[in-house]
Design a protein around this ligand. Structure first.
Ligand code: G6P
Ligand code: MN
Length: 409
């Protein structure tokens, strides 16, 4: 099997490589093509990937290339994990909304929209090439943010694509830790959109233990989720930590004004990681990588890939079309939900009724995402205004006008 990674110069790539090694019995990758536009980074990350695989005794042939056409040709699966404009563009996304009193975040609010506008056309262009010259049934797995909007654009254009994020698997591993059980016994059941979801059930051996956790383990839950007790108990759900940008918006803005932007922190971390990857003696992913937000990304991505080629279906939380699963959303809206995945297809699992306190915001952000995906295609300034007006964190005309110059870069 030929697997291609577009954006392989990312410091996350060793995550993926360790996932391939861990899943070797489920997924036989004989050719791994690492493609990036940045030759220097590709050499560093690719060299390290080769050492990691050799250390694990894997015979996978690793090819490094800056030629996307060559990378994609005849691939069975293409993973897209790029960041248009790098951390510099991210820094701008995180700072211009703050100047207007809005949250500065790379996937939420105005910053997320700016990222969507420059990213969607690039990913669609890659997808077109995948459709043209990869294997006819090749899958495109998108880890590129904002995953909800990018996946929507990919599916709208008829691509065989799945959007993936590590928030759910991160929650699942954390719940297993709290319960002190093997992660294989725990499933989480989020409802909502990418980076906008509520965990309504935590299943331990199939039984929902979330009410018990909300009752007896609130202090533990609050170590990683910044939400007030009352809020979580009242919802009967664990909001994803991205919900802090909504539920605690003004508080977060005040904090962000005091703190260093995440883009600056990550840029330093990347310099450090790349230095480590250069070391010929390093053969395993360094612990510093855990300081990035993408923990368990490798497990999620490689697991999903293995399931797409397996006979036996397994459950994954992925971004797919709603297709009637959540009444109140359009069939073509893209949601993040549990699905059974196997070589015979993707089957979303039923969701209990979604109460208005959760459904309302999901509908609101879905409408924004629809307009945002359209704006990324049209490039029309009024579509950008419409997206900002429809965003629950913006919505005011004066703010829209103040934010607009931030999109002109
Ligand atoms: C989480 C999200 C990813 C995001 C990452 C940011 O893992 O699910 O979508 O890219 O955080 O992490 P970073 O280390 O770049 O801030
Ligand atoms: Mn994510």
């Amino acid at each position: 099997m030929k697997v291609t990674v577009v954006g392989a110069g990312s410091t996350y790539t060793p995550e993926l490589v360790s996932g391939l090694a861990a899943q070797r019995s489920r997924l036989a990758v004989d050719e791994l093509v690492l493609m990036d536009v940045d030759r220097g980074r590709l050499e560093v990350v690719g060299g390290f990937a080769r050492r990691m695989l050799a250390h694990q005794g894997l015979a996978t042939d690793v090819r490094l290339t800056t030629d996307r056409t060559d990378a994609v040709r005849d691939a069975d699966a293409v993973l897209v994990q790029l960041r248009v404009g790098g951390q510099t563009a991210r820094l701008a996304d995180e700072t211009f909304p703050l100047a207007c009193g809005c949250v500065g975040q790379e996937t939420t609010g105005a910053g997320g929209l700016a990222k969507a506008l420059r990213t969607v056309p690039v990913v669609l262009d890659i997808a077109e090439e995948v459709r043209r010259i990869a294997k006819p049934d090749a899958w495109l797995i998108d880890f590129t943010n904002p995953v909800g909007i990018v996946t929507r654009a990919l599916l709208d254009a008829g691509h065989r694509a799945i959007g993936l994020c590590n928030v759910a698997i991160g929650m699942q591993r954390w719940m297993a830790d709290l319960l002190e059980v093997d992660p294989g016994r725990v499933e989480v059941d989020p409802v909502g959109l990418n980076h906008f979801s509520w965990m309504r059930r935590v299943l331990l051996d199939g039984e929902d233990v979330l009410p018990r956790l909300l009752d007896g383990r609130m202090d533990d839950l609050r170590t990683r989720l910044p939400f007030p007790e009352h809020l979580m108990r009242m919802l009967g759900a664990l909001p994803s930590y991205y919900l802090q940008y909504y539920y605690l918006h003004d508080r977060t803005v005040a904090e962000q004004r005091r703190e260093r932007p995440r883009a600056a922190v990550v840029a330093d971390l990347e310099t450090e990681l790349l230095d480590l990857y250069r070391s010929p003696t390093l053969v395993e992913k360094p612990t510093q990588l855990e300081q990035r937000g993408g923990a368990f990304y490798s497990e999620a991505a490689v697991d999903l890939l293995a399931s797409l080629y397996a006979d036996e279906p397994t459950v994954h939380v992925i971004n797919v079309r709603n297709d009637g699963l959540i009444p109140g959303l359009a069939a073509d809206d893209v949601i993040e939900t549990r699905c059974l995945v196997s070589r015979s297809g993707i089957e979303p699992l039923p969701q209990p009724d979604v109460p208005p306190v959760i459904l309302g915001p999901i509908q609101h952000v879905s409408a924004y995402e629809r307009i945002a995906a359209g704006a990324a295609l049209s490039g029309d300034a009024d579509d950008v205004r419409r997206a900002l007006l429809a965003h629950p964190l913006i919505g005011q005309w004066d703010l829209v006008e103040q934010l607009l110059p931030g999109f002109e870069r």
